[in-house]
Ligand binder design. Structure first.
Ligand SMILES: [Zn+2]
Length: 375
């Protein structure tokens, strides 16, 4: 079905709303009147539905309803002149059954249920959003498994060092394995979906790259405020069956991610510029900053019915590209010259080490002075 051709003839917003509903894989019967409103007159909606019938996307059926209780009447009910639901006798009361036109979606993949979920966070945050997050997701899960929250101290010296990343990816591996084992014990065999933020996105990529973690599989992956290199090869992991699909929820105004490559090895500003990999859906906001995704109101919007995250998690895979319009970076990203990034990282490490030594000296001196006073 060429939906873009329909947009040339019908109202774009209307076509997109109906397309989303058709491809969502929700109930096959679509009520045309839901789309009629101040913005879309009945005749325009009707014209679009007729075009979809002509293109075999929808099937038009006329059903007969009881005028009192709107029960759908079968042929035999009509012959007997009796509603089996409310026992209305048409001959006795003089009521006549009502005809209604309905549209059925032909042959669409069923929508996906969110199995269970792991959130990998870039920094220690506290408070309200975590409660909102767990509560919201609990209403969305297929299984009654809690959302697992895994947090890293983003503002720690460890982010500067490559070997420390490997160590943290190893810890993440252990935590995920334990969670998957518990899920299996509860009869949940599906791999978890993932939401990874900031430094969490980088560690998730490091985990996928580890040969020791090659047996770990995941469902759909949402990256927010990502600092993975924009030329990272996600396709390889999709092809290998390690992950199902990737949504990069990025923003033109996430300037924090610009700094990543100057301080964090093997990182880059994918949370702002998007990924070059054609398998990744880059959804680019115009005004989010690095943490906007997790502000309570925004997060509720993303996870509620038809919100961006909800759509990405629940749409059939074949409909993802059509329903979430991806931003394609116009130019290929190139890392800053490594001689420069290595220098800033080296200098930062030296400064951090000096500060640590200074702090240690202060503590030791303080202890010495106290000891002298006591003696
Ligand atoms: Zn009835």
């Amino acid at each position: 079905m060429n939906w873009n051709a329909l947009e040339a003839i019908h109202d774009t917003a209307l076509v997109q709303a109906v397309r989303l509903r058709v491809l969502s894989g929700a109930s096959p019967q679509i009520d045309m009147t839901n789309f009629i409103g101040p913005d879309h007159a009945a005749e325009h909606v009707s014209a679009l539905f007729e075009a979809l019938v002509a293109n075999d996307v929808l099937e038009k059926q006329v059903i007969t309803l009881c005028p009192r209780c709107t029960h759908a009447l079968e042929e035999t009910d009509l012959r007997q002149g009796l509603c089996p639901s409310c026992e209305l006798d048409f001959a006795e009361t003089g009521d006549t059954p009502v005809e209604q036109v309905v549209f059925l979606v032909t042959d669409v993949e069923r929508s996906r249920e969110i199995p269970w979920l792991i959130a990998i966070h870039g920094f220690n945050t506290h408070g309200e959003w975590q409660e909102n997050f767990s509560w919201l997701l609990a209403t969305r899960f297929k299984h009654r498994a809690p959302a697992l929250m895994h947090k890293f101290p983003f503002l720690s010296w460890g982010v500067l060092l490559r070997w420390k990343h490997q160590q943290l990816a190893g810890k993440l591996d252990q935590r995920l394995r334990a969670a998957m084992e518990r899920a299996r014990e509860s009869g949940i065999d599906e791999p978890p979906d993932i939401i990874a933020h900031s430094f969490g996105s980088l560690l998730f990529a490091r985990l996928l790259d580890r040969p020791e973690s090659a047996d770990l599989k995941f469902g759909r992956v949402i990256l927010a405020g990502a600092i993975v290199r924009p030329d990272y090869d996600w396709s390889a992991h999709v092809r290998a069956g390690r992950i199902d699909a990737v949504l990069n929820h990025c923003s033109a105004k996430d300037f924090v991610v610009n700094w990543a490559q100057w301080f964090i090895p093997d990182s880059g500003p994918s949370g702002r510029v998007g990924f070059n990999d054609p398998k990744v859906l880059n959804y680019r906001e115009s005004d989010f900053d690095h943490g906007t995704h997790f502000e309570p109101e925004i997060m509720v919007g993303s996870l509620q019915d038809d919100g961006l995250w909800d759509r990405f998690f629940s749409l059939p895979k074949s409909s993802l590209e059509q329903c979430i319009i991806s931003y394609h970076p116009r130019t290929r990203w190139h890392a800053a010259p490594s001689v420069l990034t290595k220098t800033t990282r080296g200098l930062t490490t030296v400064v951090v080490a000096l500060l640590a030594v200074l702090a240690l000296i202060t503590i030791l001196t303080g202890a010495y002075v106290m000891l002298v006073h006591i003696v």
